[in-house]
Design a protein. Structure first.
Lengths: 394, 291
């Protein structure tokens, strides 16, 4: 689960990690009064959407306007907020349609001496949380990793003991921070690592992390996401979820216990198991088609779930054909065949449906489909299924 | 031989009184697995599918001599169940449960590595040595006894591959589902080494997917140490970056963990990579003919 920058900064502040004064604003007048309240000569007005790259991103409606802008008066703050709010911000992470800006964050300025990068993730190979820093602040870390990996420094830290002070000093030294910043740096890093573990984060990213002219470390931006599997023990975090930032069909699928990801193609797929679902998409592509989605109905899908799955697939008007690929293991092919027919009846199909069944009770399952008289194209194996659905979609 | 489990393995089911635990205990018993005990705290003294239930794993070990376990307890309690099995001296721990928090696994992983036990999973279909011992949720009947070792990060894709192998007349020595989570107890590398040592295994099929670098690490090991023919398939060539594809671990993040990188690493190590998921069984055949 992702959260907004302003929400992440509230969590940072509560954990004793330095952030600037700010106010989240739903309207232009609120942005003007926020500027007054902050009382400085300059402030930043920042579009609040989940996607990254907001500073470089531009509005779909006003391509000359960026998602983060500096302002020097209350009027200017209101103007910028007015332009951002209700428009769609397009960044490298949003896709062409962009994401609607519903709130802006008005934040005090500060005197910046240096811009750094800081990120915390769980490293899969080490099976440990890792803190990474880089002197190349403000840049995409992926780019730094690819082009100048020598600028990235990492320390794995113990989940329970946290980051040791010497580890923080090592990283501070690698960043060539002056002695006067050492205390601030150690505190900043240790508190952030503790927060990462306490809140079951999957990512904490401070980019840029700035060193102010008086040597203090401050989080100028903040991105946090959380391990969905651990949300059961963080009721307070669950309330931070913003459904407006998520793809509606993905939310609908999630509620039905389905795992669904929307894609841009025109062949809908319904598969049991994540690995097989991914492979089915690959197979469609291999035979010249474009998958419209990833959809895993899970190991024990019932009529209700299959019906919901079809509804979601067919609500995408790009979909020209649907491929159902089931390897019945614990789930019997007869069960899935009956569920398919029921769902087919109740949803009302308007595109060709190709079904490939294999596994437990496959003969009986195929027989149920054949005898139903429903207009289903049956396939004998994976390749046959892919060829038939690609042909049907054309 | 075969690896990890065989005829002699005596199995415990943690969470046996739950719906999934009971259902799959019956499935394993029908396959011929020696499921000798179950464990659910507070339900000791009961019987499920004719199997005695104990309150603690150490009690189950003492009374029945179980040396492997399959875990079906709910995700919030899975880490605790694994640690309990570890503490009781269980040698092969198979965690089927999906949805275990990553930071729970950070702690568990470290403890497992300090022990002599092997943890398979979590979020996996389990382990099967055909016609000897099935620990998990896979359909037993698709397997044939034979000499291909199978390793995979996913469930139904493994069934698909096993089915293709069996239909080609290629039986399996042992099939292991590693699990689809970012941190799992056992990696491709660990199992490749075991299959290399196993006299019954003549070829290996590994199925990976997007996310992480486990396949690249496997490729490096194969290039250096594995003498047996290896075939592979990577799922997720069409997966978009930044989106989780069902499995918690199946995500391309920061441009890393793409199928292309994995396929080229595997091919560079001399592994036969199936381009289509319909071609996994045939890829093993090709790898064996080339060897």
């Amino acid at each position: 689960m992702k959260i907004h920058e302003f929400q992440a900064k509230e969590l940072l502040r509560a954990a004793g990690v330095a952030v600037l004064e700010n106010q989240v604003c739903p309207s232009a007048p609120a942005a003007a009064s926020a500027f007054e309240a902050l009382g400085g000569e300059v402030a930043a007005v920042k579009a609040q959407i989940h996607a990254g790259g907001r500073g470089k991103g531009t509005l779909k409606e006003h391509p000359e306007q960026h998602g983060v802008q500096l302002v020097r008066s209350a009027e200017e703050a209101a103007d910028v907020a007015d332009r951002l709010l209700g428009c769609h911000l397009v960044t490298m992470q949003t896709g062409k349609a962009g994401q609607e800006v519903r709130q802006v964050l008005v934040e005090a300025g500060c005197a910046i001496a240096r811009e750094l990068y800081l990120g915390i993730v769980v490293d899969r190979s080490l099976a440990s949380p890792v803190l990474m820093v880089s002197s190349a602040g403000g840049m995409e870390i992926e780019k730094v990793a690819a082009e100048t990996p020598e600028l990235i420094f990492k320390e794995a830290f113990d989940r329970d003991a946290g980051l040791d002070a010497y580890q923080a000093r090592k990283l501070a030294a690698a960043l060539e921070l002056p002695a006067t910043s050492m205390r601030s740096a150690v505190q900043f890093m240790q508190r952030l690592c503790r927060l990462f573990v306490e809140q079951d984060c999957s990512l904490v990213e401070i980019n840029p992390l700035v060193v102010t002219e008086d040597g203090q470390l401050v989080a100028l931006d903040a991105k946090m996401s959380f391990d969905d599997n651990a949300l059961f023990r963080h009721k307070d975090l669950q309330e931070l979820r913003d459904l407006a930032e998520e793809e509606p069909t993905e939310v609908q699928a999630g509620d039905a216990g389905l795992s669904f990801v929307k894609l841009d193609g025109n062949i809908g797929c319904l598969v049991n198991g994540a690995g097989l679902a991914m492979s089915t998409m690959d197979l469609i592509k291999l035979h010249g088609g474009e998958p419209a989605n990833f959809l895993d109905v899970g190991g024990g899908a019932n009529v209700k779930q299959v019906t919901e799955a079809f509804r979601i697939l067919l609500s995408d008007h790009n979909v020209r054909a649907v491929l159902v690929n089931i390897f019945g293991g614990i789930m019997r092919c007869t069960t899935i065949a009956s569920a398919l027919l029921e769902a087919y009846e109740s949803v009302g199909f308007n595109v060709p449906l190709v079904v490939r069944l294999e596994g437990t009770e496959v003969t009986e399952g195929r027989k149920i489909l054949e005898e139903s008289g429903v207009d289903i194209i049956t396939a004998n194996d994976l390749t046959d299924a892919a060829k038939k659905v690609v042909a049907a979609a054309e | 031989m075969s690896i990890l489990v065989g005829k002699e393995t005596r199995v415990l089911c943690q969470g046996i009184t739950g719906q999934a635990g009971e259902f799959h205990t019956r499935g394993c018993l029908e396959y011929g697995t020696q499921v000798a005990a179950g464990c659910t705290p507070g339900k000791g003294g009961q019987e499920v599918a004719g199997v005695p239930v104990f309150d603690t794993v150490s009690e189950a070990v003492k009374q029945t001599g179980v040396n492997a376990t399959m875990i079906f307890v709910p995700a919030p309690f899975t880490a605790d169940a694994i640690l309990e099995a570890l503490d009781a001296g269980i040698e092969v721990i198979v965690a089927i449960t999906e949805g275990v928090p990553v930071l729970d696994m950070v702690r568990v992983y470290e403890k497992v590595r300090q022990s002599n036990a092997v943890l398979i999973g979590p979020n996996c279909p389990g382990v099967i040595t055909p016609e000897e011992c099935k620990i998990g949720i896979m359909p037993g009947y698709i397997h044939r006894k034979g000499s291909v070792g199978v390793i995979s990060r996913s469930g139904t894709l493994t069934y698909e591959a096993v089915w293709q192998l069996s239909n080609l007349g290629l039986g399996q020595s042992t099939c292991v589902g590693l699990g689809g989570d970012p941190i799992v107890g056992t990696s491709f590398v660990d199992l490749l080494k075991m299959f290399q040592q196993d006299t019954e295994t003549e070829a290996i099929l590994m199925m990976g997917e997007i996310g992480g670098t486990a396949e690249e690490e496997a490729a490096a090991l194969v290039a250096e140490q594995i003498e047996k023919p290896v075939a592979a398939f990577i799922a997720g060539r069409t997966a978009p970056p930044g989106k989780r594809m069902g499995h918690a671990g199946a995500i391309i993040s920061g441009g890393k963990g793409t199928a292309e990188e994995k396929v080229s690493a595997l091919e560079a190590a001399g592994i036969v990579v199936a381009e289509s998921p319909a071609d996994m069984g045939a890829a093993v055949k090709r790898a064996m003919e080339q060897a």
